[in-house]
Write a protein that binds this ligand. Structure first.
Ligand code: UDP
Ligand code: MG
Length: 317
């Protein structure tokens, strides 16, 4: 199979039929063999029923129903596991991303040999204050930190080589920086393509102004993950060792001068009257705590690997 289209959605009942028809029209016109995987991320409206109906009349439509709303990253993760196509395309369900882009995205992966091609909504039709400006800031910072020269990390429309989606772990809110996850897994041929973007036709956005805060926090996470995500001990351990050494050296100097003065019968203050004693003590304690944080980080990383992060209630096709 050539193409797997992965579409996470939450309460998009109005858009689904139109999106399905548009997709099928474009994909059939280009004679692709394909599947469309919808992940119903706990919708409260008729989305689930509409998807089941589509699945029963068209076996190329495959549906994953989540038990409840787990978020876009979890939905993508579940979709990625199910894909059979050589090239995987992700897109939003709200008709903001255009299926017309798919043939070109496909050939960028298949012919030009890209591992990942990210869409770039160069002209964007979203709220300027809550979306466009924070998103520009987020992307600028993400570029700096990741070393990837992408304009639009968070674009829903992306194309991947199958290997890429099978090898990255998208969870939490990490759908915002999938290109970085791919890069961290060693997929370095990452490109971007300007894509058409439209204003939302039906329903409302699921992400609001909270992006101001989340975007910034995500950024710190990006930095931490790309540098120390796999080895928290490297960060905390080295900080811990450094702190501990400073404390230990200070204590050593205090002890040595004490001995020297004792030896030569020079009168000296009590150790507890020396402020440096307390500094040495606290620095050593903080150092040990850093170490502990490193160990806990490693421990969490290990246990999380085997954990299911979402519960699927039903699948179709
Ligand atoms: N979405 C989802 N789970 C969520 C939130 C959103 O699957 O918890 C889907 C949503 O239905 C849409 C896509 O993710 O298909 C992008 O969401 P939205 O259009 O609200 O984001 P925006 O375009 O405003 O950034
Ligand atoms: Mg949208």
């Amino acid at each position: 199979m050539q193409l797997s289209i992965v579409i996470p959605l939450l309460n998009e009942e109005k858009s689904i039929p139109e999106l399905y028809q548009w997709l099928v029209k474009v994909l059939e016109a280009n004679q692709f063999s394909f599947e469309v995987i919808f992940i119903n991320d706990g919708s409260q409206d008729q989305s689930g029923k509409i998807l089941d109906a589509l699945g029963s009349q068209d076996s190329r439509v495959r549906v994953i129903h989540f038990q409840k709303n787990y978020g876009k990253s979890q939905a993508l993760h579940a979709g990625f596991l199910k894909t059979k196509g050589e090239v995987v395309i992700t897109m939003d369900a709200d008709l903001q991303d255009s299926p017309e882009e798919i043939p070109e995205l496909y050939s960028l992966i298949n012919q030009e040999g890209y591992d990942l091609v990210s869409g770039w909504k160069k002209r964007r039709y979203d709220n300027v204050l809550t979306k466009n400006i924070p998103s520009k800031l987020f992307n600028a910072a993400a570029r700096k930190i990741s070393g990837l020269s992408l304009h639009d990390f968070n674009c829903g429309l992306k194309a991947y080589k199958s290997e890429v989606v099978k090898n990255i772990e998208v969870y939490g809110e990490m759908h915002r920086y999938i290109p970085l996850l791919a890069k961290n897994q060693g997929f370095s041929h990452i490109g971007e393509k300007v894509v058409k973007h439209q204003a939302r036709k039906y329903g409302s956005t699921k992400f609001g102004a909270e992006r101001f805060i989340f975007g910034f926090l995500d950024l710190i996470t990006i930095w931490f993950f790309s540098k120390f995500g796999k080895r928290p001990m490297h960060l905390f351990g080295s900080m811990g060792v450094l702190m501990f050494l400073i404390g230990f050296m200070t204590a050593f100097i205090i002890g040595a001068s004490k001995l020297y003065k004792l030896w030569n019968n020079i009168p000296d203050i009590l150790v507890t009257q020396n402020p440096w004693f307390y500094i040495a003590l606290s620095v050593m304690i903080i150092g040990s705590l850093f170490f502990l944080a490193g160990f806990l980080g490693e421990l969490i990383l290990r246990t999380q690997k085997n954990q299911k992060r979402y519960k699927i209630s039903k699948t179709v096709n």
